[in-house]
Design a protein. Structure first.
Length: 166
């Protein structure tokens, strides 16, 4: 059984309710633990092994602003330094993320090249985060279902070694 605990700051977002509804559809594998003060958006803890994995949820707008401001990099470094396993879930597609990059910055219009440069910076961040063990997933539909499926697979299959030929 995997316990799902959500940061109390997430209560005001509809995505917390979506996650709660999705967890309730899988009572054989997941248990809703409610809200508490935790340093990540969601913590998944396997009650049998004690292992846990965290997740940071980002809307496309939040992902763009967090990457471009450096805030998400600080979050990833804190997770990495604490040796805390985690994933980052963007609740939108890469296309919707590109579309939210503002053509206006500091009161001036920015052209297509500036927008694409910002998007390239976001893609570079995703590669760097993946390289240190914090993958970024872009799941615009069924993000909650896919998050639960992925977390369960990570907890129940902690080693890639079992997939090697014998």
């Amino acid at each position: 059984m995997i316990r799902v605990l959500v940061d109390s700051n997430e209560q005001s977002f509809s995505r917390a309710e979506v996650l709660h509804e999705t967890v309730s559809k899988h009572p054989d594998h997941f248990e809703w633990a409610g809200y508490s003060e935790i340093p990540v958006d969601i913590r998944f803890q396997d009650l049998d092994s004690g292992r846990y994995i965290s997740a940071e949820l980002k809307t496309p707008q939040d992902l763009v602003s967090s990457v471009l401001s450096g805030h998400l990099a600080k979050q990833v470094l804190l997770l990495h330094n604490a040796d805390e396993p985690a994933i980052i879930v963007c609740t939108g597609s890469k296309k919707s993320t590109l579309e939210v990059i503002s053509p206006i910055a500091k009161g001036k219009y920015r052209g297509k090249d500036a927008i694409l440069a910002d998007f390239a910076r976001i893609e570079e961040f995703c590669s760097a985060a993946y390289a240190v063990g914090y993958p970024v997933f872009f799941w615009d539909t069924r993000w909650a279902e896919l998050t639960l499926k992925h977390i369960r697979a990570m907890i129940e299959t902690p080693s890639i070694l079992k997939f090697l030929h014998k």
